[in-house]
Design a protein around this ligand. Structure first.
Ligand code: AGP
Length: 606
């Protein structure tokens, strides 16, 4: 939700921190601040607005020092303002924070009674005050930090400085934080893209880890003060991958990266000759005992779960229940120990999805996460994890994460089908051949981009859209509508096409474009009837289909023909024109495509 960066080394920290902070703006960007330690004094500057506002006033060579912290905020407690921006200072302690301190009011009241004064409305500000309070009681700085962390309820990723010592402390609980290992210098960051240009060697902190950076040395302890060992991992993301690569927006780059992202996700997992899927990275329980599969997530990842329901039920005949994570976690779901709970998440840090995973664990289910970020909470804390190898997804609107999630779900179905003796090697070889063709088929769709852009121009002034699809295309149109609304701010809603006559048909007139996804599958004829009903009411149809001879193709306003594939993989191909359509409309409208208003890339708070 917020972005944190820190530096401790032998170079000037200011420019390094501001540059790293700019790379984290996708995590939140309503205010920003920086603190630099230099010879026993800490200078702090904070500004409302984006990191650029801060850069203008600090990157003038006067902000000197070789150790510092910076923060970009997405407000949770306290409106976006300079006084609520981080870093927050109390006495000689400065703190930046990502997360939510749930018991902050209780702590704040207790500290106020002891005479401490607060300047902001944030939950974060209790942290430096609590540290000072413990030091006033005679504790040394590190013990005071540990005791403070023990009292905090909720989530935190922290960077802490102290005025009279050259020291930087970082700590995490439920909010992501990594340490970058440079050459004689250290970095801390909420996410790898912030510092991937500086190093590809990372320590992914775990809950209750505390890092102490002092005089170019790194020490790792836990909240009880015991030394902790953490592996240094190399992330194979180049800096270029985290940059825009010549595209106008990260989102467009990531749409065009999908063929490569899917190929990378398949790599090492499909054995075409043997007709096998290799998921060595997971040790599923005895699949024969699985009575029910749960698939739980938020947003785009939830739409991937809905597709998974079709994929698993159609092929494995195991009942699948999907749910939105924020609903699942509060409805006391009836989960048995023979259930498999699959949680899907690009960031691996979505608070509701993490809570859902914990709920499943608490009730004895085997939890499997499908995740894109190495070292993220869901990747680490689930019983098993399968990584989508989509590379960093910077655009707030999720694209390549979705199509790689669907690819993993398809491979997981094959893997489980083999274990259940439902699919034999020949079946799997046939399916492997088809999923191997998807990147190329997707590429042919992406080459249609200019015609999709032209079509988008025709519809950019429309105020409402209706997206309709049946079966596995219903979650596809849900995702297509989400793409449009979240980046163009145009109202778009999606319905199962069969529901059109149960209400939405009242909306249809010549002003409302209707997007149909209607490949030539088992529901094709029914969807054609829906389209007839729309044209009878002067509705303007945008049709995505794999049938160039679609019986309605001559009667629609706009037609996008995509290659055909098997039912379970069709959403990947149908999604590409929907992603581009939404992107080009938003681009024409001039919205902030990569950082749409009110949104953040990872919703790490409830
Ligand atoms: C999708 O474009 C949005 N960015 C949002 O719905 C996102 O999918 C959702 O917040 C879940 O995020 P996750 O996949 O990182 O858990």
């Amino acid at each position: 939700m917020c972005g944190i960066v820190g530096y401790e080394g032998n170079r000037e920290a200011c420019d390094i921190l501001i540059e790293a902070l700019k790379r984290l703006e996708y995590r939140g960007y309503d205010s920003a601040g920086i603190a630099i330690w230099d010879n026993g004094a800490i200078k702090v500057e904070r500004r409302k607005g984006k990191v650029e506002e801060l850069r203008k006033i600090v990157c003038d060579g006067t902000f000197r020092g070789q150790i510092g912290l910076a923060h970009t905020r997405w407000a949770t407690h306290g409106v976006p303002s300079e006084r609520n921006a981080h870093p927050h200072k109390a006495g000689n302690v400065v703190v930046v924070h990502n997360g939510i301190i749930e018991n902050y009011m209780e702590l704040k009241n207790r500290l106020k009674e002891k005479g401490q004064e607060f300047l902001s409305d944030t939950d974060t500000e209790v942290i430096p005050h609590l540290i000072i309070d413990h030091m006033n009681d005679g504790m040394n700085f590190i013990d005071a930090v540990r005791m403070t962390l023990k009292e905090l309820k909720g989530s935190y990723a922290l960077g802490i400085l102290k005025e009279d010592e050259r020291i930087l402390i970082a700590a995490r609980k439920e909010s992501p934080l990594i340490v970058g290992i440079g050459d004689g210098e250290y970095f801390i960051a909420s996410d790898a893209p912030a510092i991937i240009n500086r190093t590809n060697k990372f320590i992914f902190l775990e809950d209750n880890d505390i890092v102490i950076l002092q005089n170019n040395t790194l020490k790792l302890i836990n909240i009880d003060g015991e030394t902790v060992e953490r592996a240094i991992q190399r992330v194979q993301w180049t800096d270029a991958m985290a940059e825009k690569g010549g595209y106008k927006h990260f989102m467009l780059k990531e749409i065009f990266e999908q063929p490569r992202a899917i190929s990378d996700t398949l790599l090492g997992r499909i054995k075409e000759e043997e007709g096998e899927i290799n998921f060595d990275e997971i040790a599923l329980p005895d699949i024969r005992k699985i009575q029910k599969i749960w698939m739980v997530a938020c947003g785009t990842s939830y739409h991937a779960c809905m597709i998974g329901k079709h994929v698993f039920e159609a092929n494995l005949r195991i009942p699948v229940e999907t749910d939105i994570a924020s609903e699942f976690r509060y409805r006391d779901p009836i989960i048995s120990e023979d259930d498999l709970l699959i949680v899907v998440s690009q960031s691996g840090e979505t608070a509701d999805t993490i809570a859902a995973m914990k709920e499943g664990k608490r009730k004895g289910a085997f939890t499997l996460s499908i995740c894109n970020v190495l070292g993220s909470t869901l990747a680490r804390d689930a019983d098993g994890v399968i990584f989508t190898h989509a590379g960093p997804e910077i655009g707030v609107a999720s694209t390549k994460a979705f199509t790689t999630q669907v690819s993993v779900i398809f491979m997981l179905m094959l893997f489980m089908g083999k274990k259940l003796d439902i699919l034999n090697n020949q079946d799997i070889r046939k399916h492997i051949l088809e999923i191997k063709r998807i990147p190329h088929k997707l590429q042919t769709i992406l080459e249609m981009a200019p015609s999709i852009e032209e079509a988008a121009r025709k519809y950019m002034s429309c105020k409402d859209f209706l997206y309709l699809g049946r079966g596995i295309q219903f979650p596809t149109v849900l995702e297509g509508a989400l793409k449009l609304k979240e980046i163009s701010y145009i109202h778009a809603e999606a319905y199962a096409a069969g529901e059109m006559k149960h209400g939405p048909i009242a909306l249809i007139d010549e002003n409302m474009p209707i997007v149909f996804v209607s490949p030539n599958d088992q529901t094709y004829k029914k969807t054609c009837s829906n389209m007839e009903e729309v044209t009878a009411r002067r509705g303007r149809i945008i049709l995505i289909t794999d049938d160039k001879n679609h019986e309605m193709s001559k009667r629609v306003d706009t037609l996008f023909v995509v290659p055909d594939t098997i039912y379970e993989l069709q959403p990947i191909l149908s999604m590409a024109p929907l992603q581009l359509f939404a992107y080009y409309i938003a681009n024409f409208l001039g919205t902030d495509v990569d950082q749409p208003r009110n949104l953040a890339k990872s919703v790490t708070v409830e």
